[in-house]
Design a protein around this ligand. Structure first.
Ligand SMILES: NC(=O)c1ccc[n+]([C@@H]2O[C@H](COP(=O)([O-])OP(=O)(O)OC[C@H]3O[C@@H](n4cnc5c(N)ncnc54)[C@H](O)[C@@H]3O)[C@@H](O)[C@H]2O)c1
Length: 244
């Protein structure tokens, strides 16, 4: 990867966003990490080389201000990783409409707002967008239908944006992780024991026999920054879940 690339990672305060930001920093990129959690994203400013900002991706004013801050510090961005997201469990009979709205607001509209705000930069640099879809977008599962639908929306936005933006030189790809050991499930309100049991139950269904680690997913996310002749791809990184 060119060492002087500039980029934004949303959801950099935890899990896959943090692992991706760490890997990019190691490779010499200049990384701005955005997260709604101030405590979560603080690690990045502590490194002395990253730019941390408290940003709610559903708020266009906060997104625009943070985008301007990055431009003023480093110039236009070369890559964007849309990792901010939330998980919701709930059957059709039980899920609350407000929860469905919050899920789509963060996972789908948030991804849209951030990509829109950075689009002029990405066109100027011939940059790359990497979205976070999920195995559950590709393979139906019980009890998280709305989350799965939000991630299926991300998969299709990825393909459509790839086609729309190819003539402007911007590549758009997605990684579709299987169950990965991050705080995502605990953040959804599960107590730690229930989150652990949920992941253990999922692990038993994964062909490679275990859940993933954030660094294993981050490696594939960053590959899409490097590869210049790949666009519109939704890549499962899931221990074989999507083919089982
Ligand atoms: N962990 C998995 O098993 C898994 C599998 C498939 C897809 N994903 C996707 O990967 C992405 C990252 O998930 P993770 O596992 O790292 O979860 P995580 O909970 O560890 O990290 C998500 C981060 O997003 C931030 N965030 C939430 N709402 C936000 C908002 N409105 N604005 C800004 N930041 C916000 C959180 O504060 C958190 O730091 C999500 O989009 C998730 O759907 C995760």
């Amino acid at each position: 990867m060119r060492p002087d690339l500039v980029g934004v990672v949303t959801g950099a305060g935890s899990g896959l966003g943090r692992a991706t930001a760490e890997l990019l920093l190691e490779r010499g990129a200049r990384v701005a990490g955005w997260d709604v959690s101030e405590d979560g994203v603080k690690w990045l400013s502590d490194t002395g080389s990253g730019l941390a900002a408290v940003v709610d991706v559903t708020d266009p004013d906060q997104v625009a201000a943070a985008a301007q801050e990055v431009r003023e510090a480093w110039g236009p961005v070369d890559f964007l990783v849309n990792s901010a997201g939330v998980f919701v469990l709930g059957s059709l009979a039980e899920i609350e409409p407000a929860e469905v709205r919050r899920l789509f607001d963060i996972n789908v509209i948030g991804t849209t707002l951030v990509t829109q705000a950075l689009l002029p930069d990405l066109i100027a640099t011939g940059g790359a967008v990497i979205n976070l879809s999920s195995t559950v977008a590709l393979k139906p599962s019980v009890s998280n239908a709305h989350y799965a639908a939000s991630k299926a929306a991300i998969a299709q936005l990825t393909r459509c944006w790839a086609l729309e933006l190819a003539p402007r030189g911007v590549r758009v790809n997605a990684v579709a992780p299987g169950p990965t050991n991050t705080p995502l499930f605990a953040a959804a309100g599960m107590d730690p024991a229930a989150a652990e049991e949920f992941l253990a139950q999922r692990a038993s269904t994964i062909p490679l026999g275990r859940t993933g680690e954030p660094a294993e997913v981050a490696r594939w996310i960053t590959r899409f920054i490097d590869d210049e002749w790949v666009t519109g791809h939704v890549l499962p990184v899931d221990g074989g879940t999507s083919i089982s």
